[in-house]
Design a binder for this molecule. Structure first.
Ligand SMILES: [Zn+2]
Length: 116
């Protein structure tokens, strides 16, 4: 199993994934809300949009902007089940476990922290 640091390093070698950044507005939003609230948003997005066995609009459920967590999802290849499958070998067609969800959230929060 890869560590968060190893995963972030691997993602950084993908031109597409490394092209996502938080802008000033995103950073300000994270600072205003605080990390614990952003983490709750991340947990909710992952639970609702990614965790079901058949997520709605899978492949297109994560906007490119509009919330720092969305950008983190693209940067971390946690945007849809296809990317989770390709990057992390998570099987398609079954719900994500609680542990998988919390690992995704931890990865997203680590990426966000590095962007601040
Ligand atoms: Zn994707």
């Amino acid at each position: 199993m890869q560590t968060v640091e190893q995963t972030l390093e691997k993602l950084g070698r993908s031109k597409f994934r490394a092209g996502f950044h938080l802008d000033d507005k995103d950073r300000q939003y994270v600072r205003e809300k605080g990390e614990s609230v952003i983490k709750m948003h991340a947990e909710a997005f992952i639970a609702e949009r990614l965790a079901p066995a058949q997520p709605r609009n899978d492949g297109k459920q994560t906007p490119m902007r509009g919330h720092p967590v969305f950008k983190a999802q693209h940067a971390c290849a946690c945007c849809c089940r296809g990317c989770l499958n390709k990057w992390y070998g998570v099987p398609l067609g079954r719900a994500l476990t609680g542990e998988e969800q919390s690992r995704i959230v931890n990865l997203l929060m680590s990426w966000i922290r590095k962007q601040l």
